[in-house]
Design a protein around this ligand. Structure first.
Ligand SMILES: Cc1cc2nc3c(=O)[nH]c(=O)nc-3n(C[C@H](O)[C@H](O)[C@H](O)COP(=O)(O)OP(=O)(O)OC[C@H]3O[C@@H](n4cnc5c(N)ncnc54)[C@H](O)[C@@H]3O)c2cc1C
Length: 353
């Protein structure tokens, strides 16, 4: 990744409008779906131009990044897909301890992490190898191994569809929570994120107490922690644990880990003493959705062209020709059985389109 000015405010080029466009290569589930219109957006002018064009005024809109957190539930998307490809990374502020990067929404998240790692700037290394784009990352406050983007987030710019104005959102205004933000809930469908700013640390401290990071660093014979060493460890763990969408279609964790009351947790624990749990900032207890799904007997189950991954009960997969409806139906069956067995309502992390 080269340091360059963001092209968010630059040249207007003639946009190519694709009709009846296959989205199969634009979603990590590999679902065969077709869009009525599909347009790549490389800068703000293009976005404004398209959204003020009367032809598309009444079209349903889908903002698409890497397609790694969505499920097409019908074979035809009857509307306009805007594929966000706004590129650019610029240093907007720098001093002896920190650097603030402003990054175009269409940059690939993992490439940005690798850029930070190569400069020895700390803060993003635990989020290595998460698929998708920078613009989608605030949508669900992406997180892994004890770090969420809210921890390094400075602000973002978003185009407000109703007014055509670009608004700035601070950390507080984004209302980040566990896999959530204002953009995923209260303001859903109202904004298109165009650029995000992050603050990285030139004298980083590291979060290594989550998952297998510490053990993996030991296995790798790392004697001195560094941004690169932690990133390498995270990549190693993820590659060994998570199914690669290039080999088997999936969108990572399909459900969020539910948070339940202590009373409900104790009730379940009296039957299943081994139930794992994580503390939360509130009085609630977080339990792994994957464990609940596994206890309901779904792990490794194949249902038609879809199923639950054999090693990761939280990951639903496409065995080749699954339709979005089939995966959605399987997810509903899983939700039903978790509700029946544990009285817990699983919420999907993946966005249904
Ligand atoms: C193998 C695998 C592992 C994963 N691991 C993790 C993980 O560890 N942690 C984690 O948090 N997530 C994880 N994910 C989920 C996913 O990678 C993230 O949610 C990612 O941020 C999605 O980015 P995307 O560009 O692919 O978004 P898309 O799937 O294209 O879009 C997701 C949602 O955001 C909206 N959107 C996209 N771009 C914009 C924009 N610029 N402005 C407004 N709305 C927009 C879309 O309309 C859609 O509703 C994983 C996914 C996979 C496949």
């Amino acid at each position: 990744m080269n340091l360059q000015n963001t092209n968010l405010d630059k040249s207007v080029v003639v946009m190519k409008v694709e009709k009846d466009f296959s989205l199969k290569n634009n979603n990590t589930f590999g679902i065969e779906a077709t869009a009525k219109y599909f347009i790549e957006i490389i800068n703000l002018e293009e976005l404004i131009q398209i959204l003020s064009n009367p032809i598309y005024k009444n079209e349903k809109l889908l903002i698409l990044g890497g397609g790694s957190n969505l499920l097409f539930t019908t074979p035809f998307f009857d509307g306009l897909v805007l594929h966000i490809k706004m590129k650019g990374v610029e240093i907007s502020k720098e001093d002896s301890t920190h650097v603030i990067l402003k990054v175009g929404a269409g940059e690939i998240w993992h490439e940005l992490v690798m850029y930070a790692v190569s400069n020895n700037w700390g803060g993003m290394e635990n989020l290595s190898l998460i698929p998708g784009t920078v613009g989608a990352a605030p949508m669900q406050n992406i997180g892994a191994y004890g770090v969420e983007i809210k921890d390094i987030f400075v602000g973002l710019e978003a185009y407000e569809i109703a007014t055509g104005k670009v608004k700035h959102f601070s950390l507080e205004e984004c209302k980040f929570g566990y896999r959530s933000s204002i953009f995923k809930y209260n303001a859903k469908g109202q904004y298109i994120i165009t650029a995000v700013s992050f603050k990285l640390n030139k004298q980083p401290s590291f979060t290594t107490s989550y998952g297998a990071i510490a053990d993996t660093l030991k296995e790798m014979n790392v004697l001195e922690l560094s941004v690169k060493a932690v990133s390498d460890a995270v990549i190693r763990i993820r590659q060994s644990k998570l199914p690669d969408p290039k080999e088997i279609g999936n969108a990572g964790s399909f459900f969020k880990n539910p948070e339940i009351s202590l009373a409900q947790f104790n009730k379940i624990k009296s039957v299943y003493s081994e139930i794992p749990s994580y503390p939360t900032l509130s009085e609630m207890i977080k339990v792994p959705a994957g464990w609940l799904i596994e206890k309901c007997g779904w792990k490794g189950k194949i249902v038609g062209h879809t199923g639950v991954h054999k090693n990761q009960a939280l990951v639903l997969v496409n065995y080749g020709h699954a339709k979005g409806e089939e995966i959605k139906a399987l997810s509903i069956e899983i939700q039903k059985s978790v509700k029946e067995k544990f009285d817990i309502a699983l919420e999907t992390e993946v966005n249904f389109i």
